[in-house]
Design a protein around this ligand. Sequence first.
Ligand code: ZN
Length: 273
Amino acid sequence: MNPSVLSPKSVSGPLAIPLVLLLTLSVSGCATLGIGGINLISIEDEWEMGRQFEAELAEELPLVNDPVVNEYVNEIGRLLVSQTEMADLEWRFHVVEDPQVNAFNVPGGLVYVYTGLIQEAGSAAELVGVMGHEVGHGVARHGTERLSQQYGLALLASAVLGEEPGFIRQIVAEIVAFGAIASFSRAQEFEADEIGVELMPGAGYHPQGIVELLERLLDLREREPGTVERFFATHPDVSDRIDRVEERISGLDGLGGLQMNDQQFRAVQDRVR
Ligand SMILES: [Zn+2]
């Protein structure tokens, strides 16, 4: 099969499903279909590519070295990820020294949280809410769905093998410029929220944190638009998201004992200030 037949155009419309079934030629022989469309990258290859993204991002982003901050964020990440089917894979959570209120997921189990988000969050649950959303993008594999849609199989296959440093650098440059790997579809954003809402109780935090953080972002857009510019560029539909998250939460039982805050959050906030 010529890889060019796998370009996004050829897999749209009624042909999509049969073509998926024929896709034995993907990077590691397993194409999947998510809500963002076909995913040509296997999980193993995604984690392989993630190592390259992580190394490159470490060069490009000012990462926080404070062990208290990093351990706190990694522990929250671990609590969230441990409930997913990707718990056995190695995830890593990094903190970026940047006053913007933002966070993003990169394929291969990587989540980057900005110090601006930690500073502005009104409670631990607000931070956990954003992290749950980003873990949601990762678990649903939205990043590799996006890459599969935008780039052909041949390019992705050689990128996994480390043969396309220029491609990796280009994606990293986009991440650095836009504060996200790509802007995801509304459906992908809603799905990431839903996963976040589902994971928060298991981590011990009330999912209302997501609602409170989104409301805070709308408020910040009025008062200090500069701090949330990147977030809104890649995350429109915030009001719709609030409504849907609230609806989702109202359908959940057993939220009574969940915390909005924890002992360490303020200390972590002080350390990034
Ligand atoms: Zn998102």
